[in-house]
Design a protein around this ligand. Structure first.
Ligand SMILES: [Zn+2]
Length: 230
């Protein structure tokens, strides 16, 4: 019995130096596994993890945004048309911010476009969102949009959903899938109604549906600035 315990390093008395090293590895493994940490230490470790993940998501958003501004045909096309309308889009005026989970981006006449670093599930999704918000910005620069007027807002949402790739019209047409038109229209309507619900002038889903249905045909067929080939 005693022989066995002498062969087991656990039972060998440690020098002060060895104890220090063990103390270090003890807390090191504690950090890795969460074992042996106090409640406060565990909470601190969790919030550190969350912060690191958020920082990463924010950096990824900025990197994708910059890459898309350089290489995405639809983003470059819209950037060019916004520039002609007097609105220069840069990385600086299209910040990545944290938003509530219902949205991936937004446009406001006061602040311009923001992108939600916690709202993207892929780079393609971010490309659609950038194009969508850029269409709102284009409408704001070129038409006298009163965003509190539900029909005005509905018109811009219909165009943004239809033209941005949210409902994949252009992609489907490029593939020759013309049968998708009907589904595409349904998708555009549904998304426009959803977006309108966040307008303070919108009191009910019926309000949103009424506004979208009233302007649907004319706004759906208004494909500016995409009349030009891009
Ligand atoms: Zn929108």
């Amino acid at each position: 019995m005693s022989d066995k315990s002498h062969n087991n390093p656990k039972f060998v008395a440690l020098s002060t130096e060895e104890k220090k090293t063990l103390g270090f590895w003890g807390s090191y493994f504690g950090q890795l596994t969460g074992m042996g940490l106090s409640k406060e230490e565990l909470a601190e470790r969790e919030s550190k993890k969350i912060l690191e993940a958020e920082e990463l998501a924010c950096k990824r958003c900025e990197q994708w945004r910059d890459e898309l501004l350089q290489s995405s045909p639809i983003v470059k096309f819209m950037k060019d048309h916004l520039s002609r309308s007097g609105y220069e889009i840069t990385s600086e005026n299209m910040p990545c911010t944290k938003c509530d989970e219902s949205r991936s981006g937004g446009f406001s006449p006061e602040y311009g476009i923001d992108l939600c670093w916690n709202g993207f599930f892929s780079k393609d999704h971010m490309e659609d969102t950038m194009a969508h918000e850029m269409i709102h910005a284009y409408d704001h620069c070129n038409f006298k949009v009163n965003w509190l007027n539900l029909e005005h807002h509905a018109c811009s949402e219909i165009r943004a959903a239809s033209l941005s790739g949210d409902c994949r019209l252009l992609r489907e047409l490029k593939r020759g899938h013309y049968g998708f038109i009907k589904q595409h229209q349904k998708c555009v309507k549904r998304r426009a109604i959803l977006s309108l619900l966040s307008n303070p002038s919108c009191k009910s889903k019926e309000d949103a549906e009424r506004a979208v249905n009233k302007v649907f045909d004319s706004c759906f067929n208004d494909t500016r600035p995409f009349d030009e080939i891009y």
